[in-house]
Write a protein that binds this ligand. Structure first.
Ligand SMILES: NC(=O)c1ccc[n+]([C@@H]2O[C@H](COP(=O)([O-])OP(=O)(O)OC[C@H]3O[C@@H](n4cnc5c(N)ncnc54)[C@H](O)[C@@H]3O)[C@@H](O)[C@H]2O)c1
Length: 440
């Protein structure tokens, strides 16, 4: 493969490491920078730092083209385009914390020969502020849309690539657009503020879709409908689409909660009250807690009851625990006096610090042993394959709450267990049909 333009990547977490490895795979020499010396050391030694399918192989295959360092100067010496992939967590006010972005900008040379390419998710207006503050900086907004669990596939086959540039930095946005051209996705060329807004609006829209279907699920429970059937019927309408219409116990992760809050706050800072997003956030918080209500309905007071959490990561195929529903559930259950056991195929290492007092188990069977109820929190494929008859024997009580509507209710019920999904209670559905037939 022909050598292509060298690039720099600053911040080697989920986005940065995937970006670095994928650009290396495309033939670029990549200088990847992180302030975390232990992480850099691990990456140099070929030790994985995150769980992302296919990533370890990609890093290994491209070791020759990937240099890991703690020195941003090395990247600036070698490359003219530096991709900023540092984290932008929420502050106490709900705004995005830009201190890490600012730390990168401070090290940047505003010499006209380098461009900062912003992949971190930042509030609209950030690019303009940086350009005001750093004379001579070339700035491109190139927000990232990858999903953890399918990050490499998403990078290599993007639906679209958004490249925001402002007049005067034409060379930089042309160069970024050229980097992505071989991937084939549509390249949306626009101004910096609009590019920044595309990212926030996209995540806010997806979160809205999730909260919407969750509210529909809650109404389904009242009227005896099955939300999985409702979502199937809705999703086939091409104006709606089927993705992000799976009801469950709410969204989590490192992006949706903070990005929805950051957009709401961004609007609020300008004096605009974004009412819809306020509701989206509230619905999501309540949705996680509804599970506790379901447990109490079946078990009564939860004090002293053992509850197994199946899955701890915020979604399958990742070990990311940021804003995972398991964190809220475990804390609420412990608040009710329950004994909480948890199992996750890959997130156990990260869970240890985040779930104090939770018994972390080495298998689903261990977590389920003696449990009065189990909650499926993360839809890892292995949970669909559980031996439900064995599960029934091992558990002290029969309740399975399927927080992701992932299991086959018939299989679970056939083993003598009590299945509760989200918005798909068969018992209630049956009762509603009978009521309708009676004219009730
Ligand atoms: N994770 C996702 O799925 C995803 C998807 C799209 C966009 N994003 C956005 O991308 C950004 C990065 O997210 P992430 O999940 O990869 O974060 P992360 O926390 O996994 O990684 C951030 C990395 O940046 C490093 N870092 C912090 N300050 C630094 C500095 N001054 N110099 C060098 N390195 C520094 C940290 O040590 C860390 O390794 C965020 O703004 C996020 O919103 C994330």
């Amino acid at each position: 493969m022909a050598e292509r333009e060298p690039i720099g990547v600053v911040g080697v977490g989920w986005v940065g490491l995937v970006t670095a490895a994928c650009f290396a795979e495309l033939g670029h020499r990549v200088h990847a920078v992180d302030i975390d010396a232990a992480k850099v050391e691990a990456l140099r030694a070929g030790r994985p730092t995150i769980h992302e399918p296919g990533l370890d192989d990609l890093v290994e295959r491209n070791r020759e083209r990937l240099a890991f360092t703690t020195e941003i100067g090395e990247a600036l010496d070698a490359a003219r385009l530096l991709f900023c992939c540092v984290d932008t967590p929420p502050t106490h006010s709900g705004d995005a914390d830009l201190s890490r972005v600012r730390a990168v900008v401070d090290r940047f040379r505003g010499d006209g020969g380098h461009a900062l390419v912003m992949k971190s998710t930042v509030p609209a207006g950030t690019g303009a502020a940086i350009r005001r503050d750093v004379e001579g900086i070339a700035y491109v907004s190139c927000p990232e849309f990858l999903k953890e669990g399918s990050a490499i596939e998403d990078f290599m086959h993007p639906d679209r690539v958004v490249v925001g540039g402002d007049p005067g930095d034409g060379w930089a946005s042309d160069a970024v657009a050229e980097l992505y051209a071989p991937l084939g996705g549509e390249i949306v060329r626009t101004d910096v503020a609009s590019a920044e807004m595309v990212k926030l609006a996209s995540n806010a829209f997806l979160a809205t879709k999730i909260s919407f279907i969750n509210e529909i699920a809650n109404v389904c429970e009242e009227v005896g409908a099955d939300v999985t059937e409702v979502a199937r019927g809705m999703g086939l309408d091409e104006r709606i689409g089927s993705s992000f219409l799976r009801a469950g116990i709410g969204y989590g992760g490192s992006c949706f909660p903070k990005d929805v809050s950051a957009l709401k706050q961004l609007a609020g800072n300008t004096g605009y009250h974004f009412q819809l997003l306020t509701a989206v956030i509230e619905v999501n918080e309540l949705q996680k807690r509804r599970v506790i209500g379901k447990l109490k309905e079946h078990l009564g007071p939860l004090a002293g009851k053992r509850v197994a959490l199946l899955g701890l990561a915020f979604k399958p195929d990742t070990d990311d625990m940021r804003e995972a529903s398991s964190l809220v559930l475990a804390a609420r259950l412990q608040g009710e006096g329950a004994i909480v056991a948890g199992y996750d195929p890959v997130a156990r290492g990260r869970a240890a610090d985040l779930l104090p007092g939770v018994e972390l188990c080495g298998s689903a069977a261990e977590a389920l042993e003696g449990a009065h109820a189990a909650i499926l929190v993360t839809e890892w494929p292995e949970f669909a394959e559980l031996d439900w008859a064995g599960v029934r024997e091992a558990m002290a009580g029969p309740l399975i709450v399927d927080g992701r509507n992932f299991l086959d209710p018939r299989k679970v019920s056939a083993a003598g267990l009590v299945y509760e999904g989200i918005g798909r209670s068969e018992a209630r559905a049956g009762a509603a049909v009978e009521a309708a037939q009676r004219g009730g």
